[in-house]
Design a binder for this molecule. Structure first.
Ligand code: AMP
Length: 595
């Protein structure tokens, strides 16, 4: 059996940690670095590069270098977020068969799970080298505000990288573990996590070894990359004003400006002014070279990004309200994520809270450290030092009603795990299938939320309309991942269901990817959760379900459990059961075929 590690899979950088001799520590690599850039590329020779090697050549090879892919994971190709991203990303996005996002690098098409798995595989390899031992189990962290699809994708990526994913853990919860474990605390804390691509805020109660999340929220599209973009836009506009040259169409120039913008932004956390100097960014009409040479002050940077920082403060206010916690009731605020090092962020938090943030955790290492503590606990190697972790659902999960509104099954901030049952009935004589769409998001309208999938219940027994009742049980596990089972109430028999990720057959058909998806060596058997099986939707034209009112409440057969009075040990209540992982689907095999 190999070792277990904690992995902070970040938008810009990733890091791994391990508990050894009862103490957690970040794994450092050759040269003492503790993080690996979350970057994947294919160079002109066709070699695949990951981490520092990929980042180093990004400026010269921007179209074949994939950075910040975590922002795309589990998203629908037609979502507004992807529309936005397409304008600023230097690499090409392609629509997959189920409206998922695929990435084209040179002539090959990759799923986001494959890109993330390449990064995870690299982390695993470097950790193995540093530790001199096999690593085959991991806890991988995700933003608390990730939805079910995004969590499943990270799980799949871990598996593809040859890791047994012990748990997908929320980043703020991991930071709280790093802060609070072993200190015998009785505190209510807030974790403000502003990383490269995402922002999360969680209110967490710590009572000795019990970590209970009270409320969580955030923005999976707000992070350091957006701060860099603001500086980049300012540079592009200034350059255009000065030279009447629009550099935004030049991908190499954009990548160079983005890198310089990030460097300047980081420098301005410790100095008041800095220079952005990028030689030979373009040419004059006479062929002579043009440089960018501009001064940027901390004051100007704060003017460019002030509204982004304010957005985070507004979210903090909202989550405190949801937690029913006044500012004075929060004992400590932990700042994690690289972007929280910006003085403006620290100043605004201090003003908002009326006291400075805690210095109790390292902003870059806390999440990885917390993940390693959890991995140690779940791998069953901890002696009497298990931790109990109670998390919440970040945003509601529900099903579509005929008027387009969402019937909420699971509420935001409700304790996990949980399950609910609903009864569907046929609305036509001899109807053979029923379709159900599942959404996650905070809007009352399904169309404004993320679609998690379209379930189709097949082979329903022929009967007059209304005479078949299908009881569907929705189970949401301790990681916030949804599974579904269905049975015919009259016969008690299980009803088979298939799931199409994203849009259903009646939505706009997706074009064929230009090239088959390229497998990442070495090949690893890949499985999808049974609940995520995709298959052709056959049978009768599916109709929207009728939800019969009498069974809309808590089911009699399967009462929804309240948070247990005696708290279960996480070590035994490990994450999603691997037995839930079914066989490879036709659809997914299709994605991996060819090369
Ligand atoms: P993380 O995802 O936690 O590794 O955070 C990475 C983000 O933090 C990137 O956008 C970095 O540019 C940003 N960052 C790192 N260090 C600093 C710093 N000292 N000041 C401001 N931003 C920083």
């Amino acid at each position: 059996m190999g070792k277990e590690i904690g992995i902070d899979l970040g938008t810009t950088n990733s890091c791994a940690a391990i508990v050894e001799g009862g103490k957690p520590r970040v794994i450092t690599y050759k040269g003492g670095q503790s993080t690996i850039p979350s970057v994947f590329a294919i160079d002109e020779k066709g070699d695949r590069l990951v981490g520092h090697d990929a980042k180093k050549q990004a400026q010269l090879n921007p179209t074949n270098t994939v950075a910040a892919a975590k922002r795309l994971i589990g998203r629908n190709y037609h979502s507004k977020t992807i529309e936005k991203v397409k304008q600023v990303f230097t690499y090409e996005l392609v629509e997959g068969e189920s409206s998922e996002v695929l990435i084209k690098v040179r002539d090959q098409i990759f799923t986001l799970e494959q890109i993330s798995s390449a990064i995870l595989r690299k982390i695993r390899e470097v950790a193995e080298e540093a530790l001199g031992a096999d690593v085959d189990q991991a806890v991988i962290t995700v933003p608390a505000y990730f939805n079910d699809r995004q969590r499943q994708a990270v799980r799949a990526a871990g598996k593809l990288a040859g890791l047994k994913v012990l748990r997908v853990l929320n980043e703020p919860t991991a930071a709280a573990l790093a802060y609070g474990l072993g200190k015998n605390l009785n505190q209510r804390i807030a974790v403000y996590d502003l990383g490269g691509g995402t922002f999360d805020i969680s209110v967490i109660d710590i009572k000795e070894r019990i970590f209970e999340v009270i409320a969580t929220g955030g923005d999976t599209f707000l992070g350091g990359v957006d701060f860099d973009d603001r500086v980049m836009q300012w540079v592009l506009e200034s350059f255009q004003k000065q030279h009447s040259i629009d550099l935004s169409y030049d991908r190499v120039a954009v990548q160079r400006i983005r890198d310089a913008a990030e460097t300047a932004k980081i420098e301005l956390s410790s100095v008041m002014r800095t220079r952005l100097h990028i030689p030979f960014i373009s040419k004059r009409e006479d062929g002579t070279g043009l440089d960018i040479d501009m001064e940027l002050s901390r004051e100007k940077l704060e003017e460019l990004v002030g509204d982004l920082v304010e957005r985070t403060i507004q979210t903090v206010e909202r989550i405190y309200r949801e937690a029913g916690a006044a500012r004075g009731q929060i004992d400590e605020v932990l700042l994690v994520g690289g972007q929280s090092r910006m003085p403006m962020v620290q100043r605004r938090i201090t003003e908002f809270m009326g006291k400075p943030p805690s210095k109790g955790v390292h902003p870059d290492e806390a999440v990885g450290i917390g993940a390693s503590i959890m991995a140690h606990s779940l791998a069953g190697v901890a002696n009497n030092d298990d931790v109990t972790l109670l998390d919440v659902l970040p945003m509601p999960i529900g099903i579509n009603k005929t008027d387009g509104s969402m019937h909420v099954l699971f509420q935001k901030n409700q304790p996990l795990p949980d399950y609910k049952s609903r009864t569907l009935t046929t609305s036509k004589d001899n109807q053979r299938s029923i379709m159900l769409r599942i959404y996650q998001g905070e809007s009352a309208l399904c169309s404004e939320n993320e679609i998690l999938g379209t379930f189709v219940f097949n082979n329903i027994r022929p009967a007059p309309k209304g005479k078949v009742q299908i009881e569907v049980t929705f189970h949401i596990d301790s990681e916030g991942i949804l599974n579904l089972t269905a049975r015919d109430k009259q016969t008690g028999q299980t009803v088979e269901s298939t799931l199409k990720l994203g849009k259903a057959k009646d939505d706009k058909p997706a074009p064929e990817p230009e090239k088959p998806v390229a497998p990442l060596p070495p090949p690893v058997a890949f499985t999808m959760p049974q609940s995520s099986m995709a298959a052709a939707i056959g049978g009768d034209a599916p109709v929207r379900p009728d939800l019969t009112e009498p069974t809309m409440g808590t089911p009699d057969a399967a009462p929804a459990p309240a948070r247990p009075a005696s708290l279960p040990k996480l070590a035994s209540a490990a994450s999603s059961d691997d037995s839930l992982w079914g066989k490879v689907t036709t659809w997914f095999r299709g994605l991996f075929a060819g090369g």
